[in-house]
Ligand binder design. Structure first.
Ligand code: ZN
Length: 318
């Protein structure tokens, strides 16, 4: 079976809150001056990535998923499960919440809810996110929303580069101005906005809010999940497992020389190069890697190693 990694051409999305760092820092050919999202590893119909190399060159990831499931370890399901994005928040994103699988299927007729997680690649000094809320019950949450008590309702958390946040479905959240984030999430585009700072959208009118849905799906009260990182330090590399939960595992790999990091218990691997350059070696074939690359290492790639100086976010579906 072919073990060529699938290098992907991202899909880009303009957003009222976006900027130019996807071009300035990653060299992507972005479509405008307010580009908010790079969907690097995506088979979602709203922005599928395209395979750039190998026998499947020119195919979108969803087409490869449908026609070459052997590359994905015959992982089950009609839809590719994950989505990896880089977000450039020049301005604040709306305060929002996402449904779980059951709600998304019943109410939106889409296959997945949206549990997500964020690795903070870079941010301005003093940057914040909104993460959770203070209401003790659904009723108190509804009342605070209806009375627009945003300052007391929303929990603001300071962030710095390298921080990691797990955002299960039902978590009230907002990525705020200054943050550059790699997001690993379920393959979903279902967002309920509860507050958008009363600002105009791209057409001058306020963007739609989804107050009732937000109240329905918000976790009340909010609980901070407990995260335990598992670190494996080797002579020339450090592997930090940031998260292992219902939908995915996510790790940060820092390679400073040579490393043979691969464990075998994954159906396929999603990789995004945050920084550096180097070489991925799969069964004696070399594939150059550079900052901004997004790729999938297919199932059955047994002998995998790296050379170079590389910071990667690596994930796989569970
Ligand atoms: Zn979100």
């Amino acid at each position: 079976m072919d073990k060529t990694p699938l290098f992907l051409q991202p899909a880009f999305h303009e957003k009222i809150w976006g900027g130019t760092r996807l071009r300035d820092l990653f060299g992507y050919d972005i479509p405008g001056e307010t580009t908010g999202e790079c969907w690097g590893i995506s088979a979602h119909p709203n922005g599928p990535a395209t395979i750039k190399n190998g026998p499947l060159q020119g195919m979108t990831l969803d087409q490869a998923w449908s026609s070459h499931r052997e590359l994905f370890g015959h992982y089950s399901g009609d839809d590719f499960p994950l989505l990896t994005k880089i977000l450039d928040a020049k301005k604040d994103l709306s305060v929002q919440v996402h449904p779980d699988d059951a709600y998304a299927r019943e109410k939106e007729h889409v296959p997945f809810g949206k549990t997500e997680c964020w690795y903070i690649i870079d941010c301005d000094e003093g940057s914040e996110i909104v993460y959770g809320h203070t209401a003790p019950s659904k009723e108190a949450f509804r009342q605070a929303v209806e009375e627009k008590k945003w300052d007391s309702l929303l929990r603001r958390v300071k962030v710095k580069p390298g921080d990691f946040f797990y955002v299960p479905s039902g978590t009230i959240h907002a990525i705020c101005s200054g943050c550059l984030i790699l997001e690993t999430q379920q393959s979903s585009d279902t967002t309920y906005r509860v507050y958008d700072y009363d600002r105009p959208g791209a057409d001058g009118k306020p963007r739609e809010l989804h107050i009732e849905q937000s109240i329905e799906v918000a976790n009340c009260p909010h609980h901070d999940p407990e995260l335990t990182y598992h670190v494996r330090q080797e002579a020339q590399a450090r592997f930090t497992e940031l998260l292992r939960e219902d939908y995915f595992t996510v790790s940060h790999w820092e390679i400073r020389g040579h490393a043979d990091p691969i464990q075998k218990n994954w159906p396929f691997l999603l990789m995004s190069v945050l920084d550096g350059e180097g070489t991925l070696v799969i069964e004696s074939k070399n594939y150059p890697l550079k900052k901004g690359d997004h790729l999938i290492v297919p199932s059955g790639a047994e002998s995998v190693s790296f050379d170079g100086t590389l910071d990667l976010i690596v994930s796989n579906p569970v």
